[in-house]
Design a protein around this ligand. Structure first.
Ligand SMILES: Nc1ncnc2c1ncn2[C@@H]1O[C@H](COP(=O)(O)OP(=O)(O)OP(=O)(O)O)[C@@H](O)[C@H]1O
Ligand SMILES: [Mg+2]
Length: 262
């Protein structure tokens, strides 16, 4: 297992970035100039009211949509488009129903080139890592929602990116499965040492998983606050009942109260 000491360098550096969408009703400012850094090995969650620009921010960080102003750096290079060094997991995993778990995991490689024996081996190892070693040849309809989500996490990891950007990945799961996924995902993060940015509507999930929680304002979104989560890297469900955990969640929840949403 990698040691969990965070490195002192930014993997992704968002510098005064804004985003304006052109719509039939004219321009819409989704994100106003925003700066944030994702340090190597760090787990950061992004929370904020619906429509405030979280998905937009994540897509810009991953080079999936152009930015309107500012600059985003991935290590020393300016982000101009998608990179193999960044993996994505979106809400409601979009697995291809006619492909097996293993084939779904290998998809990002198959669009680029022929898969090799090593690729197949790596897909197997990843499915093993997420506890799906006996489900490599099963199809999505044969898997539970949580299992499908684990397959999409494997797919995001197949090219061994440094960074995972996740948009509400556990939002479609029932409460109990979601809590189990959080514990499981904490273990996966510690084991792989990936840098993670997670967009979530769940304050509890954000505090449970993160080193830092970023709170965004109403649209046009920007960073309102950054809250350090000082717990050790390994998180277990009993943490949720502690006083410290409750204090952190209520501190964040205050930003969602009516006074801040005006
Ligand atoms: N492709 C687009 N074209 C035009 N406007 C867009 C587009 N995508 C998003 N928007 C607008 O930008 C704003 C921010 O949207 P975004 O999806 O980033 O919010 P969000 O914080 O992810 O919301 P949610 O929590 O509901 O997922 C919204 O007002 C939305 O209508
Ligand atoms: Mg969104």
């Amino acid at each position: 297992m990698k040691d969990m000491v965070l490195k002192d360098s930014a993997l992704i550096d968002v510098r005064s970035v804004s985003k304006e969408y052109d719509t039939s009703d004219g321009p819409v400012l989704a994100v106003k100039p925003t700066s944030l850094r994702l340090m190597e090995g760090e787990f950061v969650s992004i929370v904020g009211p619906s429509g405030c620009g979280k998905t937009t921010l994540l897509k810009m960080m991953g080079g999936l949509i152009p930015i309107t102003s500012g600059e985003i750096m991935l290590r020393e290079t300016t982000v101009k488009g998608p990179s193999d060094d960044i993996g994505f997991v979106f809400q409601g995993s979009v697995l291809l129903p006619w492909k097996s778990s293993q084939e779904n995991v290998l998809l990002p490689i198959r669009v680029a080139r022929r898969t090799t024996k090593e690729d197949i081996q790596r897909a197997r190892e990843l499915l093993h890592l997420v506890g799906l070693e006996n489900f490599e040849h099963r199809y999505p309809f044969e898997l539970s929602g949580g299992m499908q989500q684990r397959v999409s996490i494997c797919r995001a990891l197949i090219q061994d990116p440094s960074c995972l950007l996740m948009d509400e990945p556990f939002g479609a799961l029932d409460a109990l499965t979601r809590e189990n996924m959080n514990v499981f995902f904490n273990g996966l993060w510690r084991q792989t040492g990936k840098t993670v940015a997670l967009v979530t509507h769940s304050i509890q999930e954000a505090v449970f998983l993160s080193n830092r929680v970023i709170v965004m304002s109403q649209r046009p979104g920007t960073v309102l606050d950054e809250i350090e989560i000082p717990f050790p890297a390994e998180r277990t469900p009993d943490l949720i009942g502690t006083k410290e955990f409750g204090e952190l969640t209520s501190r964040i929840r205050k930003y969602f109260s009516a006074a801040h949403l005006d």
